[in-house]
Design a protein around this ligand. Structure first.
Ligand SMILES: [Zn+2]
Ligand SMILES: [Zn+2]
Length: 219
């Protein structure tokens, strides 16, 4: 296994060497519920948004801030079809969750793409990341029942109505503890809607696992 960034030998079975790992944009100080990057590195605390409007999910797990070189890897995966990037990123996420002692859920559910988007892209980037995790994968539990416009440029209420009713649970039995996985968490509108859908269908505890977190979130 060679480091993806400098070709030195990788460590811990990762495509990453120790010096390059130290340079990655690890997300240190963060809200303990939504993983919003915070400026102080004090004890775990909640951001103002989570205090005012608690999100329906229990935690967001996000190893990285969305910046170089993680953003480039995620774009190579999503828009360039670089599935080797999915292996590298997925292994980093698995290693991160393991080191944090995060409990294995009953099911890992990748945020589904609309069938039309899936046909265009040929793969679901969230599913490709989830394949690297040592946890039961259940992509069939939920499907995207309608296409949603890109969230970019929409305000908060537009994002909400854009995602409302976007997902449909396809099984009678949703496990109690599920982790939803996506590539990046930006506004949170998509995972908030998906969490609500899963909870209405019987999930008791929903966590969000993403590779990277951008600094904004609204709900
Ligand atoms: Zn390296
Ligand atoms: Zn928060």
């Amino acid at each position: 296994m060679r480091c993806r960034f400098c070709a030195a030998p990788g460590v811990n079975g990762l495509e990453l060497c120790e010096p390059c790992a130290a340079e990655l944009p690890w997300l240190d100080a963060q809200c303990r519920q939504c993983a919003l990057p915070l400026t102080d590195t004090g004890e775990e605390r909640l951001c103002g948004g989570c205090l005012r409007h608690p999100p329906p999910f229990r935690h967001v797990r996000a190893p990285f801030r969305y910046c170089h070189p993680i953003d480039a890897l995620l774009k190579a995966l999503k828009y360039g079809g670089d599935l080797a990037a999915a292996r590298c990123l997925g292994d980093l996420l698995a290693d991160y969750l393991h080191r944090r002692g995060v409990a294995v859920p009953d099911a890992v559910i990748p945020v589904p793409l609309h069938p039309q988007r899936l046909r265009q892209r040929g793969f679901n980037q969230a599913l490709e990341l989830a394949r690297r995790l040592d946890a039961p994968l259940a992509p069939q539990i939920v499907r995207r029942s309608r296409a949603t416009a890109a969230q970019t440029g929409l305000d908060r209420s537009e994002r909400r109505s854009n995602t409302r009713g976007a997902f449909q649970v396809t099984t009678r039995h949703v496990p109690a503890h599920v982790a939803v996985i996506d590539d990046v968490l930006t506004t949170g509108a998509t995972v908030t809607e998906l969490t609500k859908t899963l909870r209405r269908a019987g999930a008791e505890r929903v966590e969000i696992w993403v590779m990277a977190r951008t600094p904004q979130l609204d709900r």
